[in-house]
Write a protein that binds this ligand. Structure first.
Ligand SMILES: [Zn+2]
Length: 217
């Protein structure tokens, strides 16, 4: 019976084929002209690209690129938190967050619900003179600069500050795990962002250096 089914399928496929005496040739099906071109490939890719609800991270150019890459990976669940490692079958200690020791470590916990993260965001909102920072997901946290009534420069600043903050939390977590450094409190030097004179400093290395003062000491 299988052979009969296959024969029927083959006959059906061949029924639309017309043979003639001209030589065989290659034809690119991605373009009506039949000629291959890079632009037609690009058009095809754009057509089939399915952004849907996928999050597209805008690059923030005034912070170190590793911070952008880090939050991009964190949002996709691609950083090696305890819950992510467990999903891959890797057992890691007691699974507790090494910053607060009171919740299971996950990206959402580390950057949002952990008491250390909450303290950091509270301080950031105070320095930036903006309403308290609340988010229910990493994506929300990374989009926060778009939701407030901020000027363009302020958005730009807050976007970078949050990303650097996430990276610093991760470094603090790594220090706690691998260097056994206890996290007493996140010490962030006093930084003022949104004043008249202050905002331009966001663009310079001075601001970057100050942000690096976020530490675990
Ligand atoms: Zn925690």
């Amino acid at each position: 019976m299988d052979e009969v089914t296959e024969l029927n399928a083959l006959t059906l496929d061949l029924s639309s084929v017309t043979l003639n005496n001209s030589p065989d040739s290659w034809k690119w099906l991605g373009d009506s002209s039949g000629v291959f071109s890079v632009s037609s490939v690009r058009r095809l890719m754009e057509k089939s690209a399915h952004h849907g609800s996928n999050f597209v991270l805008e690059w923030c150019k005034w912070i170190p690129i590793k911070c952008d890459v880090f939050v991009w990976r964190a949002e996709m669940g691609r950083i090696p938190t305890v819950d992510a490692l467990r999903r891959r079958g890797i057992t890691v200690g007691d699974g507790l967050c090494s910053l607060c020791r009171s919740g299971e470590e996950s990206a959402d916990h580390l950057f949002i619900s952990c008491v250390v993260a909450s303290t950091l965001w509270q301080k950031v909102s105070h320095w930036c003179r903006i309403p308290p920072i609340f988010a229910f997901s990493i994506r929300e946290l990374l989009e926060l600069h778009k939701t407030g009534n901020f000027k363009a420069g302020e958005k730009f600043a807050l976007q970078g500050i949050i990303r650097v903050g996430c990276r610093c939390l991760w470094l603090a977590r790594n220090n706690a795990i691998f260097s056994d450094k206890e996290v007493k409190a996140l010490q962030v030097k006093s930084i003022k962002f949104f004043g008249k004179v202050r905002l331009h400093r966001v663009m310079g290395n001075g601001m970057r250096a100050k942000l690096c003062h976020i530490s675990t000491t």
